[in-house]
Design a protein around this ligand. Structure first.
Ligand code: BGC
Length: 736
């Protein structure tokens, strides 16, 4: 009888496969059934982008992929060459700088969701993104993959991206945790930073991603902090991420970011990827067994150097991730390159484009019966290829020139093109080629002369310039060498502006560039890296089908002298090699919490364009800032402000609320962004916007108590449409 019952029990579903059971119970059940080798098998890579499941128990392999702007095409199992699939072209979504510039959290959700559907189609269970490192200097090679300089904006924009993605069973892997703010020497930089700057500037985005977004994965960064690499860092991973924030997902190493067995075991790393690669191209073949968290760890356990305590913690986290993704029976089917994804890409691109300057309303262009000269390599160059690991194989990419030609084909206007400058003509990244032949042997002088001749007789000149995704520009692995525009573009723009008063400059980049000719050109548009629908979105904005509403997610400095990180010599950027050896480079963030507008405010500097700046084809009035109560004991405040569309076009405005601490025992920024909301208004319409803030919005990180602290006293709320245009003020008090 007893034997009969047992065999019946054995036939019924084991707990770990029983979806009616509690997740933690299923994890414990699966863990109990796993051998040491099986446990070791799930905590490190088995190919460039996958790790093994547990075949015997029915856990499939786990596939990750970049991230963050689209699903990267497949490479071979153990090589970086393209696998040559015919179903891995994707929709390239706008770069995350553009997403941040929409100031529209709902679009982050759409972005994550659409990307997740593409990932599901491609069989990927984890997207290596979003990237949210803070924009510390405009030289940062990977700023284009991140969400700008402000911890609050980043926090608000990262959470819905994660939620949209994970809702359909695809894990995020928020990166690069943390302090990976420049690319040069990224494996060797040891960041020295005050606790305040760490907590107030560099961590809030990650904290929100974990606590509010409930991210299932996070990627340790390449660099060191407190002399430990961030892929196995006792402070950032064990203490802050896991103990303090209660993170229950997996810490994934950046590719090749693990360096030490003991630290990998003890300091919070859960899944090791890419060891012995430089993260991009080099790699020891089939070395997966030699990863720290593979055979060496297994041997160390068998030799008695470690118990299975740390191992079990890692495996529990991996199993939790499996149940959330590969083993999630409720996840939907994926879709690749469907019209909805293109519509999402287009919408975000349009809403993120920033109208920086528009003298005598030269934009939107009035094309009928006109001649338009389009100038510049960036008008024709495919930008989805290049830039490092975020490079994509886009199913299509509409260039700015094509976008204008498509939009204006029936408008009785003439569009001409002049190359203007030659930048990078290579068009190849990691085996994906653009198929474009951009070679042009003419000298800079000849190219400028040709463009100038043509510019003399046209109604509009639209220059598409800026940076590209080549090394030392907006690209992983190196930082930019200067803030100036490359390829003699300053000469080109100045020459064109001198012969045509309707000169419009569209800057394609993820970073600010110097604009010494700013006053000479009529309009300036920030066009980011917009992905598949770049040209369509830019044309919609330039001709006025879409009223621009993007706002800068970073300060557009005039030059490096205005940047905090560049104001303290080499020690603060790029750092000083320790002991004269080229092993560790110490980089001390001497500007502390004064990053971006916090620095320009403190030093009373006027940047070219302020954080939060962005114009529209209509005008708005922001007025009547008020609060439910002007005293608060718990720190919660509810503000209201009226916004009126005072122009004659429908458009969207983003109301920004900053807070000033009038008097404090520690030095605080002049003001800090603490709430915002974007709303659409018809001409003449007024809407009231409600903005809520909490105690954290009044707090600083107190290094004495290691906690957030809001000191009772007076605060000022400032509301307006940019960090340098806050016309509404309201005093309120935090009481004891
Ligand atoms: C990058 C990561 C990326 C990984 C895998 C690394 O070089 O830093 O952002 O996810 O490669 O491609």
């Amino acid at each position: 009888m007893a034997i009969g019952l047992m065999s019946y029990a054995q036939l019924s579903k084991p707990v770990y496969l029983d979806e009616s059971k509690d997740l933690e119970e299923r994890i414990e059940d699966a863990l109990r059934r796993m051998t040491l080798a099986e446990k070791i098998g799930v905590i490190h890579a088995q190919s460039k982008f996958s790790s093994a499941g547990v075949k015997r128990l029915g856990f499939p392999d786990f596939w990750t992929d970049d991230g963050p702007h689209g699903v990267r095409p497949d490479v071979l199992w153990d090589q970086w060459e393209q696998a040559g699939q015919t179903n891995d072209s994707c929709v390239a979504f706008p770069a995350l700088t553009c997403l941040a510039a929409t100031w529209q959290p709902a679009f982050s959700w759409l972005y994550g969701h659409a990307l997740g559907e593409e990932a599901l189609y491609r069989g990927k269970s984890m997207i290596l993104g979003p990237g949210i490192n803070i924009y510390r200097t405009p030289l940062g090679g990977r700023n284009f993959e991140y969400m700008g300089e402000d911890p609050y904006l980043t926090s608000r924009m990262v959470v819905p991206y994660i939620q949209g993605l994970q809702k359909i069973g695809v894990s995020s892997c928020v990166k690069h945790y943390c302090l990976n703010n420049d690319e040069e020497y990224r494996h060797q930089v040891n960041v020295k930073i005050s606790d305040r700057a760490l907590r107030e500037i560099y961590l809030p985005g990650f904290e929100a991603a974990i606590k509010e977004g409930k991210a299932w994965g996070i990627m340790g960064a390449y660099n060191l902090y407190n002399n430990e690499h961030n892929c196995h860092n006792s402070i950032t991973l064990n203490r802050i991420l896991k103990q303090e924030w209660g993170f229950d997902g997996v810490v994934v190493s950046d590719w090749g970011g693990a360096h030490d067995l003991d630290q990998s075991v003890k300091n919070g790393l859960d899944m090791e990827f890419g060891t012995w690669t430089n993260g991009l191209s080099e790699g020891a073949s089939n070395a997966y067994d030699m990863y720290f968290l593979s055979k060496p760890y297994q041997k160390a356990i068998l030799d008695g150097r470690y118990t299975e305590k740390e191992l079990d913690d890692k495996v529990r986290r991996v199993l939790r991730t499996f149940f959330r993704t590969t083993m999630n029976k409720k996840k939907p089917y994926g879709f690749l390159c469907n019209e909805e994804h293109y519509a999402t890409a287009r919408l975000i691109a349009q809403e993120g484009i920033v109208l920086l300057q528009n003298e005598h309303n030269v934009l939107p262009i009035d094309p009928v019966g006109k001649k338009i000269l389009v100038v510049g390599e960036n008008a024709i160059k495919m930008m989805t290829v290049g830039g490092g690991s975020s490079s994509l194989k886009a199913q299509h990419e509409i260039s700015p020139l094509q976008g204008l030609q498509n939009r204006l084909k029936d408008s009785n206007c003439q569009i001409e093109f002049a190359r203007g400058y030659v930048g990078d003509v290579s068009g190849n990244y990691n085996g994906v080629t653009t198929g474009q032949n951009l070679k042009d042997e003419r000298s800079a002088e000849m190219l400028i002369a040709e463009a100038v001749e043509k510019a003399k007789t046209v109604d509009y000149v639209i220059i598409f310039g800026g940076l590209n995704k080549s090394d030392y520009q907006d690209c992983e692995g190196h930082d930019r060498k200067s803030m100036e525009l490359p390829y003699a573009q300053d000469d080109l723009i100045t020459a064109l502006a001198a012969v045509n008063k309707n000169t419009v400059y569209v800057n394609i980049s993820g970073n600010a560039v110097c604009m010494p000719w700013k006053k000479q050109v009529s309009a300036i548009v920030q066009g980011w890296f917009l992905g598949s629908e770049a040209g369509t979105a830019l044309a919609a904005v330039l001709v006025g089908d879409s009223n621009p509403s993007g706002k800068l997610p970073f300060t557009w400095y005039e030059n490096l002298k205005q940047v905090g990180a560049h104001s303290f010599g080499e020690e603060a950027f790029p750092g000083i090699w320790r002991d004269g050896k080229k092993e560790i480079i110490d980089e001390e963030y001497k500007e502390g919490i004064y990053v971006g507008y916090r620095w320009t405010d403190k030093k009373k500097l006027r940047p070219t364009f302020a954080f939060g700046h962005g114009l529209s084809y209509t005008t708005f009035k922001i007025s009547n800032l008020r609060a439910e109560n002007t005293e608060t004991s718990d720190g919660n405040m509810t503000f209201s402000v009226d916004v009126t569309n005072t122009g004659n076009k429908q458009g969207s405005e983003t109301v920004q609320l900053y807070i000033t601490d009038v008097k404090c025992s520690v030095d605080r920024p002049v003001k800090e962004l603490k709430a915002f909301q974007k709303i659409m208004l018809k001409p003449g319409e007024t809407k009231t916007v409600t903005l809520k803030t909490d105690k954290r919005a009044l707090s600083f990180w107190d290094e004495e108590t290691n906690d957030w602290k809001a000191e009772p006293g007076d605060f000022i709320a400032l509301a307006g449409d940019a960090a340098d245009n806050l016309s509404c003020k309201l005093k309120f008090k935090l009481t004891e």
